[in-house]
Design a protein around this ligand. Structure first.
Ligand SMILES: Nc1nc2c(ncn2[C@@H]2O[C@H](COP(=O)(O)OP(=O)(O)OP(=O)(O)O)[C@@H](O)[C@H]2O)c(=O)[nH]1
Ligand SMILES: [Mg+2]
Length: 287
């Protein structure tokens, strides 16, 4: 191989490693779409080391990710694995918003639970971190979708909700990663995300347990993904310049509390309607 492409790869790798912006790449996506594999790929390519399944990608015992787990990529860049969405119900979207708003700890993720209590518990704790130098990294949402999947109307609706919410919170669109680039579906999925307004979209072939032979082409895809993420995060950080981080956090936390309490109210209303219906069937009247 000519030395030129290799030099380009090295330059790209060095640029990413030298960047000092405190950024957390927060992964989202349906279960089994390649989030943990993306982390494995980033670690081995960026550190230029042998592939290891450090993020616990698709184990044969079915034990896929059920928690948020941080992996350090450089001195200032981290990537956070996530539990995969199951159906992208409203609760799952609300929980994703809480993560993007820095209102959740690393650890177990429960998409189905009503988490208003957790938001209220986290609010003062995270608020305090803004009074120290330890305040959270800029969170860049990254949405992972498999190019081997067939796109359907439900997917479109759910993905749009996530993209819109992430944009409202961070001021930038999530970065979209289409995995399984070898699958011929990937181009049409790329277009669908474009129709939803996502600006930064990349197709990659992850390194996996069955296929982790390093190639320059695949290394390049991963490094370009990280480079795009850093540039997008910097854009987001610049947009927030001049805003007081603490005030911004309070406003975001208040929005989250409103979102979760509206959802709870709607849930109670539906349960109440069901109850009234059941009582009516029994022949009693309810006011
Ligand atoms: N061919 C191919 N397989 C992939 C790719 N990415 C992931 N896989 C495979 O897809 C399966 C699921 O990948 P994971 O990385 O565990 O998916 P995940 O999104 O972390 O899943 P959850 O943890 O359940 O949310 C594994 O068997 C991977 O080897 C890819 O780009 N190409
Ligand atoms: Mg996983």
């Amino acid at each position: 191989m000519s030395k030129e492409p290799q030099r380009n790869l090295e330059a790209l790798r060095a640029r990413i490693k030298e960047d000092g912006s405190a950024v957390a790449l927060q992964l989202f996506g349906m279960t089994g779409h390649g989030k943990s594999s993306l982390i494995n790929s980033c670690v081995c390519v960026l550190k230029n080391i042998q592939y290891h399944n450090i993020a616990g990608a698709g184990r044969s015992d079915g034990g896929m990710s059920n928690k948020r787990e941080e992996h350090k990529l450089t001195k200032s860049l981290i990537i956070i694995d996530n539990r995969g969405f199951r159906k992208m119900m409203p609760q799952e979207i609300a929980e994703a918003c809480a993560q993007i708003r820095s209102l959740r700890d690393i650890g177990k993720v429960d998409w189905d639970k009503d988490n208003l209590e957790e938001t209220i518990r986290q609010f003062p704790l995270k608020y305090q971190t803004y009074q120290t130098e330890q305040h959270p990294h800029f969170i860049l949402p990254v949405l992972v979708y498999s190019g081997a999947q067939t796109w359907n109307a439900n997917d479109a609706e759910c993905m749009e909700k996530l993209i819109t919410n992430a944009y409202r919170i961070t001021g930038i669109h999530p970065v979209i990663v289409i995995t399984n680039r070898d699958n011929r579906n990937h181009n049409s999925i790329l277009e669908r995300f474009g129709e939803l307004g996502a600006m930064r979209r990349l197709c990659i072939q992850n390194y996996t347990e069955n296929n982790h032979q390093r190639t320059d082409e695949r290394d390049q895809q991963i490094l370009e993904f990280l480079d795009v993420c850093i540039r997008e995060a910097r854009r987001g950080i610049n947009m927030q310049e001049g805003e007081d981080p603490q005030t911004r956090f309070v406003s975001q936390a208040s929005e989250q509390i409103k979102l979760e309490s509206d959802q709870l109210r709607e849930q109670f209303r539906q349960e109440n309607d069901k109850l009234k219906e059941a009582i009516k069937k029994e022949g009693c009247s309810v006011s």
